[in-house]
Design a binder for this molecule. Structure first.
Ligand code: UDP
Length: 496
């Protein structure tokens, strides 16, 4: 119960300061954190979520925790655990409902299960949590833990950090918010990822933190061209270009074949990642990520080249050579995610059914998840060799894959109706936003427009990188946490 996750402090703010373009923001951050670290002496800041790996939140936490420690704040990470699969089915449904999807009928049995798991986890954590500590609970899964902890520790500071939401109200979102309502009183403050997501009962005691990325994390750190080549080769995504210094990874990527099986990714041919224009989407196999309409949109883009060929020969060649890479976790790693398995099966069927002349330019890749470090290296390299990154989500809380690509100077095609992409991508400046991710004709047009002019695409990439530097690096988020912790630990709690 309540598993403590070790976070290795390998990345320090000192490392980041070596980069001229990061030094200024870190300097400002250190100055702001000094008095807060003093106020936090002898206290702990707990980050609680429900998974140690997979998804945006667990991507982000290690970096934030390392840096808070670096700033002199004792930050620790705890993951809620349960052996009851029903609990995770319920919380997955709650998660979907907050995105406006899923089954809105939540019964008393659901509440009992939810509270029992939360209570057990909170009780297990009690021996470690002291009065004066700050507890930050992420997302709905462990939301009821704060009430249990506060009942035993009267001087606990509590924050609920919600990473999801829908900009609008539906029967589904109402069901989820009313299910969660009994737990909000245990919190002094809530943080949402966008103003549109703030739940009514948190109005007046909430703030916005945009998600952010760590520019020195394995997935985002600078990668010299030789290393990009090496990572692609070591992960099986590139035919060996010559003798390599480092051996293959133990687990390599595989690629879907026309017969529906996964085989080595260089079969039936090299993917062309170093030579062709590449359009990439890396995501979990989740229906809301919009893989299927993207595949159809790309097929339409390719068909369009036949029906309405570009007059410029170089442009025609560039567009004809373009490939689509759809990448996600390998099937073994999602065996306990029935929706993921189903979505992957749908995609497999759609891929097999593609006309052969389009199928050759679509690669569906299963990325090994056995080593998160190697997975991060692969995603880093894949994003770097992409001409355009797509995040065709029907809904998206934020979309770290977008931030990751933009930081690497790659323009992004995404959905303007999804709140997260809209906050990050400025249409026609950092990439393109289309209003309907299921409108395959619109996707085809946007892809063609993006790929036509390489100079324009590169300029968009530079703007995108600048946009992330200014707003979505971890240092901006850290400053917000530092300020909030400072306020909470100096103000007296209301006698609630
Ligand atoms: N990701 C990954 N390997 C995969 C698929 C996804 O490392 O095979 C990562 C991706 O790079 C990103 C995170 O998972 O860092 C997904 O975060 P995002 O906010 O885009 O979506 P979420 O999964 O949280 O809905």
């Amino acid at each position: 119960m309540a598993r403590h996750i070790q976070v290795d402090s390998t990345r320090t703010l000192k490392d980041a300061e070596e980069y001229a373009f990061l030094a200024g923001s870190i300097d400002a951050l250190r100055r702001e954190a000094e008095p807060v670290a003093e106020a936090m002496a002898g206290r702990t800041l707990w980050m609680i979520n429900s998974t140690a790996q997979g998804g945006g939140v667990s991507e982000m936490l290690p970096g934030i925790i390392c840096h808070l420690r670096d700033l002199g704040i004792d930050a620790r990470w705890v993951v809620l655990e349960s052996t009851d699969a029903g609990f995770f089915r319920l919380t997955k449904n709650l998660h979907n409902l907050l995105h406006g999807e899923g089954d809105p009928t939540l019964g008393n049995g659901d509440r009992e299960l939810y509270e029992a798991v939360n209570r057990e986890n909170a009780e297990a954590l009690l021996e470690h949590v002291k009065d004066g500590d700050v507890v930050v609970v992420h997302d709905p899964q462990p939301m009821a833990m704060a009430g249990v902890l506060s009942a035993h520790r009267r001087d606990l500071h509590t924050v609920w950090r919600c990473h999801i939401g829908l900009d609008g109200e539906t029967q589904e979102t109402r069901a989820a918010w009313s299910f969660l309502e009994p737990y909000h009183n245990a919190y002094q403050h809530a943080i949402f990822s966008a103003p549109e997501y703030v739940a009514p009962y948190f109005e007046g005691r909430s703030s916005i933190i945009y998600p952010s990325l760590d520019p020195l994390a394995t997935k985002n750190r600078p990668m010299p061209v030789q290393e990009v080549v090496a990572v692609l080769e070591r992960s099986g995504l590139l035919c060996e270009p010559g003798p390599m210094v480092l051996p293959r990874f133990e687990h390599v990527a595989t690629r879907l074949q026309p017969d529906g099986t996964f085989r080595p990714a260089v079969e039936p041919d090299d993917l062309g990642l170093l030579t062709r224009p590449v359009v990439t989407q890396v995501s979990r196999w989740d229906r809301l990520k919009g893989f299927l309409p993207l595949m159809h949109g790309f097929a339409e883009f390719k068909r369009g080249l036949r029906d309405d060929a570009p007059s410029d020969e170089m442009e025609a060649r560039r567009l004809a050579l373009t490939r689509l890479v759809l990448a996600g976790p390998d099937p073994d790693s999602i065996a306990d995610d029935p929706e993921g398995v189903e979505v992957l099966e749908e995609l497999k069927a759609a891929y097999v059914a593609l006309p052969e002349d389009v199928r050759v330019d679509v690669a569906l890749l299963a990325l090994p998840m056995a080593s998160l470090e190697e997975n991060a290296l692969i995603v880093n390299a894949l994003q770097r060799v992409s001409t355009v990154v797509v995040q065709n989500s029907l809904r998206e809380g934020f979309g770290l894959t977008i931030t990751e690509a933009m930081w690497k100077g790659v323009p992004v095609l995404s959905n303007s109706r999804a709140c997260g992409p809209r906050q990050q991508v400025r249409d026609r400046l950092d990439g393109r936003l289309v209003p309907d991710p299921e409108d395959t004709a619109e996707l085809a047009r946007a892809l063609r427009a993006l790929l036509r002019h390489p100079e324009r695409t590169e300029r968009m990439g530079r703007a995108a990188q600048r946009q992330v530097h200014d707003h979505f690096l971890v240092y901006a988020q850290l400053a917000h946490w530092v300020r909030l912790v400072g306020q909470m630990t100096t103000e007296t709690k209301s006698a609630a």
